[in-house]
Write a protein that binds this ligand. Structure first.
Ligand SMILES: Cc1cc2nc3c(=O)[nH]c(=O)nc-3n(C[C@H](O)[C@H](O)[C@H](O)COP(=O)(O)O)c2cc1C
Length: 202
């Protein structure tokens, strides 16, 4: 079994439609820890020691947040800047995270077709996630494909519920080591491994 840490960041969770639903479907499972950064650190005073211990005690780190300005909400950057210290996370003597996994679980207002070469955003989501991928690599972590929900403004309540169930399935599969390296390498988004019925796919 792997220990999964969901690092959640949403600066206005009271206005959220998507992540509030995802949060309700985080499984109550002993291998899954939900950690709400804005709730814990509304003043951005991150407890670096506690965050490092938390990371040491988990195997898979899931960064869960909406995409804001083609990146993450500010506290994710603050968290990365402060917690991933030289000599601990990276550098010639920094191997605390070696072999652990990092991945993103994100939602975007833009539809999938806008995140293509010919679409409005010109690049695919994994390209926008390069800073996270290369941060993970520098820290000797494996970087796995993201879980992505597109077109959030147009999602019905049913769509959101089904994405939340898909997210729940993925977290259980991560905790249960049920995603093989071949499956992981074959997908662009983790969602592909947890199909939802065609009738509601958007
Ligand atoms: C400040 C801000 C910046 C945003 N930037 C982007 C963006 O760069 N790309 C995108 O696809 N959606 C963007 N969005 C849309 C959000 O990603 C979308 O509203 C969110 O994923 C919905 O999740 P929620 O209902 O949990 O808030 C932005 C929204 C806000 C409020």
């Amino acid at each position: 079994m792997s220990r999964v840490l969901v690092l959640f960041a949403h600066p206005a969770v009271e206005k959220s439609r998507v992540h509030i639903k995802l949060m309700k479907h985080i499984p109550a499972h002993q291998g899954i820890t939900f950690h709400d950064l804005y709730e814990l650190y509304p003043d951005f005073q991150i407890d670096v020691d506690q965050e490092q211990k938390l990371m040491e005690n988990h195997d898979i780190i899931v960064l869960q947040h909406p995409i804001y300005w083609y990146s993450a909400p500010a506290i994710v950057k603050q968290w990365l800047d402060l917690v991933l210290e030289h000599g601990w996370a990276y550098g010639s003597s920094g191997f605390a995270l070696k072999g652990k996994v990092m991945m993103s679980a994100i939602s975007c207002g833009g539809a999938l077709e806008t995140y293509t070469e010919t679409g409005r955003n010109k690049k695919k989501i994994p390209e926008f996630l390069f800073p996270f991928e290369f941060t993970a690599r520098l820290c000797n972590m494996d970087y796995w494909p993201p879980f992505v929900i597109h077109g959030t403004h147009k999602l019905s309540d049913t769509d959101m519920l089904l994405h939340a169930l898909q997210f729940e399935q993925m977290l259980l599969a991560l905790a249960g080591d049920r995603i093989s390296p071949d499956e992981r390498k074959s997908c662009t988004y983790m969602n592909e491994l947890f199909p939802i019925p065609k009738t509601i796919q958007s």
